[in-house]
Unconditional design. Sequence first.
Length: 119
Amino acid sequence: MKKLNYQHNSLLLRVEGNFKDGDTSIYYFGENQSWHITFEQGDNCIKEVIKDISLESDSLGKKIVLSDWLFICKSDFKTMVDVKKFISELPDYKQYRDIIFCYMEYFEYLQIHRDDLPF
């Protein structure tokens, strides 16, 4: 076994994927972006309502806050039954809440201090 180099080891935390937030909404985490998506029945199509997400602290602790809608687009899903089936197979956001909060805090830190970081 090789001697461990723990002094130069750092935390690497990455969250990517979709997480269920209800019957018709999800959190989306990509490599450099995160969104909240709500699927709604529109005129002859399913709409995706996209909102930005941020992390805020209050007297009760941390919580995710959703912006007003940023944009609305037509979904590839044909029916709300298809949407609900897709969402039902996703991991539940509540089970991963603490990990997601850590990721969001780290990502916000990187955004704020990006000019000061050595990498």
